[in-house]
Ligand binder design. Structure first.
Ligand SMILES: *Cc1c(COP(=O)(O)O)cnc(C)c1O
Length: 389
C-alpha cells in the first residue's frame, strides 16, 4: 500500500466536473480579476466565518500583512509597535509582522496544544506592545478565551492567522462572560492548495467586522487605490483571481464534511494508537475547535523521529515535519548588524524558546486528509503501533 502525505489530485478529483464548469464560466465571462465570483466568494466565506466583511487577496501572507498594514494606515498601530506572535508557527506569521513595519515578539507555545501559551503573554509584554497575532496551528484554535481577556485588560488589538483552521468552530457558550462578546479585529486566511479549503493556485482573504479596515485592506491590495488612478496609500498588487474564487465557491459547500472526516480519522488515531514511544495530540474538550489541518505526533528526540519517519516510509506512508526549524532560528532572522531593519529584539532570541525548539526537533505529521479510506487509516495506525527503536 502506498499512502502519500497528501495527494492534491485525489483531493480535487471528486469535484472535477464542478471545477471545470467554474473555470469555463470564468473564461467565458471575460472578467478575470475582482469581479462577480470574487465578490460572491468574499460574501459567502466571510458569512461562513461569522464576519461581516471579506476581502480577497493574493495569498495568506498578504492577508496577514495587509490587515496589519491597514491597522497602521488607520492609526490603530504605529510602525515599530510590538506584536506578540507564537514562537511555534510557520514563518509567514512572523514575516508578515516585519513586512508591515511592526516588531514580532515571540511567545513560547504550550507543548500540549502546540499553540501560543496565554500564561506567557504577560512576560512578553513591554510598553511598546500593541497587539497579539494568534495562530491556530495544525487546525486547533488557540485559547481565544484567554487571549481576548488578556488583550481587553491591556488594550491590545487581536489578530488571527487562520491559514490552517478553516471551519474550526468556537462556540461562544464555551467562553467566559467577560469575553463572550469580544472578537478579533481581523482574521487572515490562506487558500494555498494544501489547506483545508484550498484553491488551485494562490489565494487569501481577510475577514473582519470592521468596515473601515476592510476598505483599507481592499485599497492596499489594489495599489492603495479605490478610484482608478487615484492612490491614497502606497499599496501593493494582491488581488483574488476570479478563477480561484470560482474554484473556492465550488469547494466551500464541502468544507464541513471534509473537516468532519478529518475529525473522525484523528479520533481513530487518538483512540487506537498505543505506543509508549509516541505522544499523541489531544482532542479539545469541544472537538469542533480542531479541524486537523495536520495530525502531529511527537517522539522523544530528533533521532527517534528520524527512525519513525524511515519506518513509515518503509510501509509506504508519507509523513512531513511541520516545522523543522522555528522562525527565530532561520537565517532570515540572524541579527542585522546595523539595526536598520525591524527585527525580533535580539535580547529575546537565542535559547529563549526551548519549547518551540524542542517541538521542531520532535514533531512528525502523518496523513489525515478526508481522502483517506478506512483501510488506509487502519494501515497507518498499524504502522505507528509497530514502531520500535
Ligand atoms: C500557509 C500558511 C500561511 C501563508 O499562506 P500562503 O497562502 O502560503 O501565503 C501563513 N500562516 C500559516 C500558519 C500557514 O499555514
Amino acid at each position: 500500500m502506498k499512502i502519500p502525505f497528501l495527494d492534491l489530485k485525489q483531493v480535487n478529483a471528486p469535484y472535477m466536473d464542478a471545477l471545470k464548469t467554474a473555470a469555463s464560466e470564468v473564461v467565458e465571462s471575460g472578467w478575470y480579476i475582482r469581479g462577480a465570483y470574487c465578490e460572491k466568494f468574499e460574501k459567502e466565506f466571510a458569512a461562513y466565518c461569522g464576519f461581516a466583511h471579506g476581502v480577497g487577496v493574493g495569498n495568506g501572507l498578504d492577508a496577514l500583512t495587509l490587515m496589519l498594514r491597514a491597522s497602521i494606515e488607520l492609526g490603530r498601530l504605529a510602525p515599530g509597535d510590538e506584536i506578540l506572535v507564537p514562537a511555534n508557527t510557520y514563518i509567514a506569521t512572523v514575516l508578515a509582522v516585519n513586512a508591515a513595519g511592526l516588531v514580532p515578539v515571540l511567545v513560547e507555545p504550550d507543548a500540549r496544544t502546540f499553540n501560543m501559551d496565554p500564561a506567557r503573554l504577560a512576560d512578553a509584554c513591554t510598553p511598546k506592545t500593541r497587539g497579539i497575532l494568534a495562530v491556530h496551528l495544525y487546525g486547533r484554535l488557540a485559547d481565544m478565551n484567554a487571549i481576548w481577556k488578556f488583550a481587553a485588560e491591556r488594550g491590545l488589538l487581536v489578530f488571527e492567522d487562520a491559514a490552517q483552521s478553516h471551519g474550526a468552530f468556537l462556540d461562544r457558550a464555551n467562553l467566559s462572560s467577560l469575553v463572550s462578546r469580544l472578537s478579533s479585529n481581523a482574521v487572515a486566511y490562506s487558500f494555498y492548495p494544501t489547506k483545508n479549503l484550498g484553491a488551485l493556485g494562490d489565494a487569501g482573504m481577510v475577514v473582519t467586522d470592521d468596515v473601515e479596515l476592510a476598505n483599507v485592506v481592499r485599497m492596499l491590495g489594489n495599489y492603495g487605490s479605490e478610484k482608478k488612478y487615484v492612490n491614497k496609500y502606497r499599496g501593493v498588487n494582491s488581488r483574488l483571481d476570479e478563477i480561484q474564487a470560482a474554484f473556492l465557491l465550488a469547494k466551500l459547500p464541502h468544507l464541513d464534511a471534509w473537516n468532519a472526516r478529518r475529525r473522525e480519522i484523528a479520533a481513530r488515531y487518538v483512540g487506537e494508537v498505543k505506543n509508549a514511544l509516541l505522544r499523541l495530540p489531544e482532542i479539545p474538550a469541544d472537538p469542533r475547535e480542531h479541524v486537523w489541518h495536520v495530525f502531529t505526533v511527537r517522539t522523544q528526540d530528533r533521532a527517534t523521529r528520524e527512525v519513525l519517519q524511515r519506518h513509515l516510509e518503509s510501509r509506504g506512508i508519507g509523513s512531513l515535519i511541520f516545522y523543522p526549524i522555528p522562525p527565530h532560528r532561520q537565517e532570515a532572522y540572524a541579527a542585522s548588524p546595523d539595526g536598520t531593519e525591524f527585527l525580533l529584539p535580539a535580547d529575546r532570541l537565542e535559547g529563549k524558546f526551548p519549547i518551540a525548539e524542542n517541538l521542531a526537533d520532535t514533531v512528525l505529521s502523518v496523513p489525515v486528509s478526508q481522502v483517506l479510506t478506512d483501510e488506509e487509516v487502519t494501515e497507518i495506525i498499524g504502522a505507528l503501533n509497530d514502531f520500535v527503536v
